[in-house]
Ligand binder design. Structure first.
Ligand SMILES: [Fe+2]
Length: 308
């Protein structure tokens, strides 16, 4: 039994010495700036979460990962179990937050009670003409050139120093379920894709991926869901035209099945666009996969050394 079951990841928080430069990158990436002061930059997506990406003025680095609890009652349960205070969540949408520190010192902010923002418009879902099924007839397809439409934060990957210790820490608090565990030798696993336990409600193949990395603990990447494949590709062209640093893609992962496209912010933090990922329920069980499966693509370029 875990203390609570989180519903999803909520936001990522960074520090950067130049908020204008971060804002410019985020607009090219497809996020919407909703607040910019001398001290802080907040961006949202088209989905209802009021803040997906927060940057505080400071030395560049990853500051925290936000998780969303199902209710304020769950937040109280978590705070009591951890013997910490519930605080006001100081960001658009308000709500409450409990801040914890994981075994590697990563700051984890669990939020609840946020006032959701209204949905912003998404590009219309347009049918595809497959050779085997012509779903769009007597109609054109036109994709306006634009940044991608980031909808929500889908997952975060954290490098950890001891996978089993971190797995235990996160699962015992937040009720996560292993989708695919990465076994590199019999009986030795270096990481796992973890999904939220939402019972019969389908949830992303992974909301959190913990991986024991030779680089040592730290932020690996954060991944944002975009509207669809055309939107991802239009967003790719925009980032390329703006001279942004691409890291890996476009391709389709094996584990999780997402179409992916990885870019770097001006300080080297990896942010991913993805679309068309797998969804599972709590009944769908867990699998063991190999390191080859982890790095494998179904199509697209192989992983650069920086992703290893
Ligand atoms: Fe990812």
């Amino acid at each position: 039994m875990s203390t609570i079951k989180i519903e999803d990841v909520a936001f990522v928080r960074f520090r950067a010495p130049d908020l204008d430069a971060m804002a410019s990158f985020l607009v090219d990436f497809g996020l919407k700036i909703v607040e910019q002061t001398d001290e802080r930059l907040v961006a949202r997506g088209a989905g209802p979460t009021p803040a997906l990406h927060i940057t505080e003025l400071g030395e560049a680095g990853f500051a925290s990962l936000g998780l969303r609890a199902a209710s304020l009652a769950d937040l109280e349960t978590l705070a009591a179990a951890e013997e910490v205070e519930i605080e006001a969540f100081n960001a658009p949408g308000g709500g409450k937050v409990v801040t914890l520190i994981d075994p590697d010192g990563h700051r984890i902010e669990v939020v609840a009670g946020q006032t959701l923002a209204g949905n912003l418009a998404l590009p219309p879902a347009q049918a595809w003409n497959h050779a085997a099924a012509k779903d769009r007839v007597r109609a054109t397809k036109r994709i306006p050139a634009n940044a991608a439409t980031v909808v929500r934060l889908g997952h975060c990957v954290l490098n950890v120093s001891d996978f089993r210790a971190s797995e235990q820490w996160y699962k015992s608090r937040f009720g996560l379920i292993t989708s695919d565990e990465i076994e590199v030798a019999p009986g030795f696993s270096i990481g796992a894709f973890l999904r939220c336990d939402r019972g019969a409600v389908p949830t992303d193949h992974h909301s959190l991926f913990l991986v024991q990395s030779p680089k040592g603990p730290g932020f690996n990447h954060a991944a944002f869901e975009v509207a669809d494949l055309d939107d991802l590709m239009i967003g790719h062209e925009r980032l390329k035209a703006a001279g942004r640093a691409q890291e890996w893609g476009v391709g389709r992962h094996l584990l999780g099945s997402q179409v992916f496209d990885y870019w770097r912010d001006p300080w080297g933090h990896t942010l991913e666009h993805w679309t068309d990922g797998d969804l599972f329920t709590a009944a769908d069980g867990s699998n063991v996969a190999s390191l080859q499966d982890l790095m494998n693509v179904q199509w697209g370029p192989s992983a650069p050394p920086t992703m290893a």
